[in-house]
Write a new protein. Structure first.
Length: 417
């Protein structure tokens, strides 16, 4: 089917185009700026803005969560620990009712290291986040590779096994538990981290670090990391640490919404927005209304100042949330899809322009993760698109004025199924 989206403003992932027609043919964007073909299905975008489908560059996800993300215009999620590796997601790739996904598999960490401290005693995953409950297909749930490593040799040996198991990039946990309220957790040492990162690079893989402290961030830079899945929050930034990150060329996914949750700030203001609350069920609403609350001494203003400093230093920033794979109030404050919009608002609050924030959820993650078939509105790319009322290139809150979402050219329902 051919669809022509007319009369709308277009943010193409990099810049704003005024009143440009975008033509979709099947799963792809056929043209940008052409006349609507005869017989095309017409979508009048007057008063609105067409955007590339959004990325969430840090999640832990499930089929249920991918469905929720898509309802908020997030068409690709980047899983930083979970089950949706290349060998386990064929059903997701072909299902246009779910956001697409890439995954690290499980991160390299010592036995007993992060994230073991986050799980309450006796907690067992299951239910909605662990299986597909819609009845039309089974969700593949092979036992994941758990790459517990305490030596350089162990980390090096696990990298090719993760690649073979379908990981799209390699994650390293560099966390002593300080920010999570469990100081003294086993943590990768410098030699093990450096050896693991080098091995990931030998296999042509991105190496991504989980770090929440300045010291762990410094370790990861020294190891040659390609990107950070978090921003440190244990102390204010210094010129030194910002300079080290900038000189390394690494990207940062600040996950400001997660850091806010760590300090005890809930997502209640987001849940109260009718544009959000109408698309959440009770379980996800309860999760959004809660918080991690593990580091109440943290200061959100310090985090925002660090984001501003990174941006001014030229560091590539990406929008991410660290949303959990299922509704879990003890991992609360974020939900799939909606929290990306809140993260964009935080990025603007930190000093990015709305256009720069939108790039952090479109062009930049597509480029840095090598997903060149998306993240832009351009001829030949996937028809992953979001149409909103208003102009989020000048008022970032307008991203929540959702009108239409397409995943590979297929419109999705925006309300609860």
């Amino acid at each position: 089917m051919i669809t022509a989206i007319i009369n709308g403003r277009v943010f193409d992932g990099e810049r704003v185009l005024e009143d440009t027609t975008v033509v979709l043919n099947g799963t792809r964007i056929a043209a940008v700026g052409a006349e609507p073909p005869v017989g095309a299905d017409i979508v009048d975008a007057r008063g609105g803005t067409l955007l590339p489908g959004l990325f969430d560059a840090h999640v832990h996800t499930s089929d249920d969560a991918l469905s929720l993300a898509l309802r908020f215009g997030v068409t690709t999620e980047l899983e930083m620990q979970g089950l949706n590796t290349r060998n386990s997601r064929a059903h997701i790739t072909e299902d246009d009712s779910l956001a697409d996904v890439r995954s690290a598999g499980f991160g390299i960490t010592p036995p007993g290291g992060h994230p073991s401290e986050l799980m309450p005693k006796g907690f067992k995953p299951g239910g909605r986040g662990d299986q597909d409950d819609r009845g039309d297909r089974p969700a593949p749930r092979e036992m994941p590779l758990m790459p517990f490593s305490t030596t350089p040799e162990e980390a090096v040996a696990f990298v090719p096994r993760l690649v073979a198991a379908g990981s799209d990039y390699i994650k390293f946990m560099v966390d002593d538990g300080t920010v999570e309220g469990h100081p003294g957790l086993p943590m990768l040492d410098q030699a093990t981290l450096t050896a693991g990162v080098a091995e990931a690079h030998r296999h042509g893989m991105l190496a991504i670090a989980h770090t929440l402290t300045v010291d762990a961030t410094r370790m990861a830079v020294e190891a040659g990391i390609d990107g950070f899945a978090h921003l440190f929050m244990d102390r204010p930034h210094t010129e030194e640490i910002i300079g080290l990150i900038a000189a390394s060329g690494a990207f940062v996914v600040p996950c400001v919404v997660l850091n806010a949750s760590m300090t005890g700030i809930t997502g209640s203001s987001l849940a109260e927005d009718p544009r959000v609350g109408s698309r959440l069920d009770e379980a996800w609403t309860n999760t959004l209304n809660s918080s991690y609350n593990r580091y109440p001494q943290g200061k959100l203003e310090d985090v925002l100042a660090s984001v501003k400093a990174l941006h001014e230093a030229g560091v590539d920033l990406m929008a991410g949330t660290d949303a959990a794979p299922m509704p879990l109030p003890f991992l609360g404050g974020m939900v799939h899809g909606a929290s990306v919009h809140q993260e964009l608002q935080y990025l603007v609050r930190a000093g990015l322009t709305p256009v720069q924030a939108l790039r952090a959820a479109t062009l930049t993650p597509a480029r840095r993760f090598g997903l060149e078939d998306r993240g832009r509105v351009a001829e030949g790319l996937r028809a992953d698109l979001l149409l909103v009322d208003g102009d989020p290139t000048t008022e970032i809150g307008d991203t929540l004025n959702l009108r239409e979402v397409w995943r590979r050219g297929t419109r999705t329902t925006l309300l609860l199924p």
